[in-house]
Write a protein that binds this ligand. Structure first.
Ligand SMILES: [Cu+2]
Length: 395
């Protein structure tokens, strides 16, 4: 069957080549001045002009008709600078697009072949070459610098004493938010201390002890399993169990490494006070105070995710093994945003955080509602949540 398909494909290619060749030969035989008639050329010229007109008309119609679907005014203060950069670039592109295409279709129409008309042979002009090389180069350099200045302004804002620190951790496939609590300091975290109840591995004497005891329990179980498998493979000669034994041994050595790391952390006997008032919310809502600078720290527990806040014009990658940062100040609650959007003839429903990296099969699930609250409401919301100390049974 596959051979038949292959032969058919080859035969079709050969047939097309033969048809093209015969067409070429017949053209050579019949070729003369009027092979394409002047009236045909005229029709082509008109068709090009019509095509150009339809292209411009549909583009303008789309821009006018669908403009209301682009994002409303920025919900964060720095966002205006990003919007300005976007619009300057966009208007420039549109200007160049319209001018170049006007020339393209206009000239095809203006200079279609007419009776007795001869084409002008005009191979080179240094002045024109200079113009269309230097002007775009200057414009692009200016755009690059404008982009760099905007980046600088957005990424390194002035330090704000009234800011709050929030950590956002992505994992396949949800978000965990950690607020720094009353002291505004995020407690230390370490992956070795991660347990089912301490998903971020926040460090505290109590959480370290419970991580160590669950690590020891896992070691005990695996140790037993390895011994059983070992006797099956080495004493009873059950070769089929070799792979299982290898896996169990690898897991056992990983857990033993975790035990060593935890013991080292416990030995340091550090003061983990900062983590006590932290508030950890798994797959909940991102509550933000209005008019206050929020310093975000981003982390990932598995692959690269990207925390994307479209309404706030912010995005930052969450990379396993490192911390990334971004700072912004929300300026409208959802209700205020509805009013602002309506002023522009746009609709607004809700703020949300979405993952902007295709991070796996359920990537689409990585979204978290964002609610911007007035300071008082925000404080009340935080007071209603369990602190890390509550979670580990300290208070
Ligand atoms: Cu993701």
């Amino acid at each position: 069957m596959e051979l038949l398909v292959l032969i058919t494909v080859i035969l079709v290619i050969v047939a097309i080549a033969k048809v093209m060749r015969s067409n070429e030969l017949s053209t050579q035989l019949t070729e003369d001045e009027e092979y394409v008639s002047l009236s045909e050329i005229k029709t082509q010229g008109f068709l090009y002009a019509l095509f150009g007109f339809i292209l411009f008309a549909t583009l303008i119609m789309q821009m006018v008709g669908w403009g209301k679907y682009i994002l409303p005014v920025s919900a964060s203060e720095h966002g205006d600078a990003i919007d300005d950069l976007f619009y300057v670039t966009m208007y420039l592109i549109l200007f160049v697009f319209f001018v170049t295409h006007l020339f393209l279709f206009g000239f095809i129409f203006k200079y279609y072949k007419k009776k007795g008309q001869k084409a002008l042979w005009y191979p080179h002009n240094n002045k024109i070459e200079m113009l269309w090389t230097v002007i775009p180069a200057i414009v692009l350099i200016a755009l690059v610098f404008y982009g760099l200045f905007t980046w600088d302004k957005v990424m390194y804002p002035k330090e704000d004493k009234n800011s709050i620190n929030v950590e956002l951790v992505g994992k396949q496939f949800d978000w965990t938010v950690r607020y720094s609590g009353k002291d505004n300091v995020l407690g230390e975290a370490n992956f070795s201390a991660i347990t089912s109840s301490n998903t971020l591995g926040v460090l505290h004497k109590v959480s370290l002890d419970s991580a160590l005891s669950s690590t020891l329990a896992s070691i005990k179980l695996l140790d037993k399993k390895v011994k059983e498998l070992d006797s099956l493979v080495n004493k009873a000669g059950w070769i089929g169990k070799c792979e299982e034994l290898d896996d169990a041994e690898t897991q056992l050595s990983a857990w033993k490494a975790n035990e060593r790391r935890l013991k080292k952390l416990i030995k340091q006997n550090a003061n983990f006070k900062a983590s006590e008032d932290d508030i950890v919310l798994v797959n909940d809502t991102l509550w933000l105070p209005k008019g206050r600078t929020v310093n975000f720290t981003f982390r990932s527990k598995d692959v690269i995710h990207s925390a994307y806040f479209p309404h706030f014009r912010a995005q930052m990658n969450c990379v396993p093994g490192m911390k990334t940062v971004f700072t912004f100040k929300p300026r409208y609650t959802a209700e205020e945003m509805k009013v602002e959007a309506a002023k522009e003839g746009k609709t607004f429903r809700m703020y949300e955080l979405i993952c902007n990296k295709i991070c796996g099969a359920s990537h689409y699930k990585m979204r978290l509602p964002i609610v911007v609250l007035e300071q008082k409401e925000f404080d009340a919301k935080m007071a209603s949540k369990k602190t890390f100390a509550n979670e580990i049974g300290l208070k």
